[in-house]
Design a protein around this ligand. Structure first.
Ligand SMILES: NC(=O)c1ccc[n+]([C@@H]2O[C@H](COP(=O)([O-])OP(=O)(O)OC[C@H]3O[C@@H](n4cnc5c(N)ncnc54)[C@H](OP(=O)(O)O)[C@@H]3O)[C@@H](O)[C@H]2O)c1
Length: 215
């Protein structure tokens, strides 16, 4: 996020320079995952998901017995995801977590099901306990959630975030409508999830903060 706490500018499609230091960190952290969770709005905006390209990280995945790329699981209630998005042509295994209601009401579900495995978790609301049980049954132990803020809020409410990596970029985005790391309804101070800071690192002008959620 920017130094003023925004995960993108008010125009999420505006071109921006890649922060190579942060990208290397993101690629490394993501390379550890069996499965990536990502919010549907992030996929609608960016069109595709991160692919691991670094040969050393790919070799390490092979040694650990992981597939070349983590599974990418998009979370979507609306199923408003065009099958023509580049994401659906990336060389990865794709899942979509949704609800039974969404599957029944969405006429695009059949065409999406040719591009990704559609998984209903609950009737009207997405049941994260079911989602995590299913992932465990399928041998997934390391899940990396890449955001955006709405998905992260949902995972925090479900108490499913153990570790939290935050990069502070040396810039200011501002804008009251620019998204922040955690959207949703928000938490009152008495209910705010607490974390302990277990690691800090500075590389150039970027600061990396690693927190662990206190249970
Ligand atoms: N800086 C970063 O590290 C970073 C990382 C990721 C994203 N971003 C930015 O974040 C912005 C998007 O964030 P966002 O908060 O607007 O959206 P988001 O979290 O990417 O996606 C929100 C969508 O995910 C689905 N969703 C999330 N939780 C759900 C639940 N519990 N049940 C059912 N569906 C659920 C819904 O999809 P449907 O609408 O399909 O129902 C919801 O509208 C983009 O601008 C992107 O660039 C930044």
């Amino acid at each position: 996020m920017s130094a003023d706490g925004k995960i993108c500018s008010i125009d999420p499609k505006a071109p921006s320079d890649i922060d190579l230091v942060d990208f290397a960190h993101l690629e490394y952290q993501t390379s550890l995952a069996d499965l990536i969770l990502v919010g549907a709005r992030t996929i609608r905006i960016h069109g595709e998901n991160l692919i691991i390209n670094n040969p050393e990280l790919l070799a390490a995945r092979k040694i650990r017995g992981q597939s070349p790329q983590p599974i990418t699981c998009v979370v979507s209630r609306s199923l408003d995801l065009s099958p023509t998005l580049p994401f659906f042509s990336q060389e990865i295994e794709r899942w979509i977590f949704t609800t039974q209601n969404s599957l029944q009401q969405n006429c695009d579900a059949t065409s999406l099901s040719k591009k990704a495995e559609l998984i209903a978790l609950g009737d009207t609301d997405l049941d994260w306990d079911k989602g995590y049980s299913l992932m465990a049954e399928r041998g997934i132990s390391k899940v990396v959630a890449l955001g955006g803020g709405s998905l992260t809020a949902s995972l925090i409410e479900a108490k499913r975030i153990d570790d939290w990596w935050l990069t502070i970029w040396p810039l200011i985005f501002g804008g009251k409508d620019a998204p922040t790391p955690v959207e949703g309804e928000g938490f009152l101070p008495c209910d705010a999830p607490r974390m302990e800071l277990i690691e800090t690192r500075q590389v150039g002008n970027d600061v990396f903060l690693h927190y662990r959620t206190l249970k």
